[in-house]
Design a protein around this ligand. Structure first.
Ligand code: TAP
Length: 496
């Protein structure tokens, strides 16, 4: 087992306060205020990050507004913009070792998981949207209502303007890429606000975008609290669009804040995603997929498969199989190689997950394994946890826990399992496990979720639209659909 030591390049970065980016200038907060950045693997302070004042926010919004209104970015041809986004992808890969280290340190993700998974994925997202730059187009229309006159009618897709991009801590780089790449591809100027816990990779992303050739002021970065910086971005009349990923509760606050100028809002919120295992499934594959779907990144994944429904004839075998994997998992620092699961993001979050575990025990669910904090490493660790024989109405079944906690329930062959799985406020993701392809697709059609996997769970791609039904959000990330959310559609009717 090897323990990671921080490289000198990263240490040099951590020795200085993490700066913000406005109009191409890196700077600290106007009043020099900072907030601490923690390493969730050991609970120690890694460094500090600037914490924006209102004046800093106004400066960043003004920089974005003025570059947009002056046509700084839209003045580039679509092909030029595409080349710059492609270059950003190349640079993400070039600096992958350093970025993986940064993401490991403040987000508690394993180096190899970021290096081999998240960075290629973020780079792919930039390349995907680089390709779209030259394909944003309108169409021509014909008029039926006015006879005997000739018209030329067409639509234009125009960038929406200034976009505020607010991201959470669980996938800082990837979630930033999911917003920054389509916003820039559409021709917007933008302001990124990462979570207070995880500013490191966003600062590096800002450097990369400048190096790739994004003009000063087109991409801006604000660091600081959600209730101050995030709230101001969502309220501000000079911001035309806010794209938010995070909790459903804050998502609703964003909607309220956006009312002032009716800015366009897209929301990628929480989930309580069902996993349905039919008796004819490949049981070993399902067990492995269920464990991966809930324990990956300690369950701090919006699409985590956290509600398990198993057909009763295989129920004990499946839940016991998942519990066995959970018991054997090595849980420890993201900075130590070979761990199967790392820490939760913060003491606050660990406390909230532990409260939910206690609520599960109190409500009479059968704790098959886990449920205890893992002490002694300094960080924020919880054993992978499996509750069996849970019921709808229990808090642990209804609410998102955002931790490594699975709740399992049996269902009978004659049950309407799609209706049962749909009986929840969320609708982000789901998976169905069966060898019967007809049953799989029929179930897929009935589940209320923005993305559904068959015989796998949690496979994303820049090309696949991703987002929520119901209280899991508004709009979609990824795919052409995301790009459209950074545009306005104009119809032009010309009498010839
Ligand atoms: P949130 O509070 O929703 O934070 C997400 C982002 O929004 C952060 O950048 C946050 O900034 C910012 N924010 C907070 N309050 C804001 C406001 N009033 N206006 C504008 N922006 C605001 O999530 P969290 O506290 O990090 O996690 C809480 C719960 O959210 C988790 O337990 C989980 O259930 C859920 N969650 C879901 C997701 C996904 S991907 N769906 C991701 C993370 C969390 P600060 O960091 O500075 O507060």
């Amino acid at each position: 087992m090897e323990t990671f030591s921080i490289s000198s390049a990263v240490q040099k970065r951590l020795d200085k306060p993490q700066p913000m980016l406005t109009g191409g200038d890196w700077h600290l907060a106007e009043d020099n205020s900072v907030s601490d950045i923690y390493n969730p693997s050991n609970g120690e302070i890694l460094g500090v990050a600037a914490s924006a004042t209102r004046a800093d926010c106004e400066r960043a919004i003004t920089a974005a507004r003025s570059t947009f209104d002056a046509g700084v970015w839209t003045g580039f041809t679509p092909a030029q913009r595409g080349k710059i986004l492609w270059r950003a992808a190349d640079l993400l890969e070039l600096y992958a070792d350093e970025i993986a280290e940064l993401e490991m340190l403040d987000a508690g993700k394993s180096f190899s998981g970021v290096r081999e998974g998240e960075i290629p994925f973020a780079a792919d997202c930039f390349r995907y949207y680089a390709g779209w730059c030259t394909k944003i187009e309108g169409s021509t229309k014909q008029l039926s209502t006015v006879p005997d006159q000739e018209f030329h009618i067409y639509t234009r897709r125009e960038p929406i303007g200034v976009a505020a991009l607010i991201v959470p801590w669980n996938g800082p780089l990837v979630q930033a890429a999911w917003k920054v790449a389509p916003a820039l591809a559409a021709g917007c100027s933008c302001i990124l606000k990462p979570a207070t816990e995880t500013p490191l990779s966003s600062v590096r992303l800002g450097e990369i975008l400048l190096e790739a050739g994004v003009p000063p002021g087109v991409f801006n970065l604000l660091l600081g609290g959600g209730s101050t910086v995030g709230q101001l971005l969502a309220e501000h009349p000079d911001v035309d669009k806010v794209s938010f990923t995070g909790s459903t509760e804050v998502g609703k606050q964003i909607i309220d804040a956006a009312r002032g100028n009716l800015k366009k809002v897209s929301l990628e919120l929480g989930g309580k995603s069902p996993v349905i295992v039919y008796a004819d499934a490949d049981i070993e594959a399902a067990i492995a997929g269920i464990a991966q779907g809930i324990f990956s990144h300690a369950g701090q994944v919006c699409v985590a498969g956290s509600r398990l429904y198993v057909e009763e004839s295989i129920y004990e075998q499946v839940v016991e199989g998942v519990a066995k994997i959970a018991r054997e998992m090595r849980v420890g620092p993201a900075t130590t190689e070979g761990m199967d699961m790392g820490p939760l993001i913060s003491q606050r979050h660990l406390t909230s997950v532990c409260k939910m575990v206690q609520a599960g025990i109190d409500s009479g669910a059968r704790l098959l394994t886990g449920g205890e904090r893992i002490e002694g490493q300094g960080g924020y660790y919880l054993q992978p946890t499996v509750f069996a024989d849970t019921k709808h109405g229990m808090q642990i079944v209804e609410e998102e826990i955002f931790g490594p906690v699975l709740v399992a329930m049996p269902f009978s062959p004659d049950a309407d399992i799609a209706a049962i799985a749909n009986a929840n406020a969320y609708g982000l993701a789901a998976s169905v496990w069966t060898r019967d392809i007809s049953k799989a697709h029929k179930t897929a059609a009935r589940i209320k979720a923005g993305i559904l996997w068959i015989n796998c769970h949690g496979i994303p791609d820049a090309a696949i639209p991703f987002g929520g039904y119901r209280q899991s959000g508004w709009g979609r990330e990824n795919g052409f659909e995301s790009l459209l959310q950074y545009t306005e559609l104009k119809s032009v009717v010309a009498l010839l």
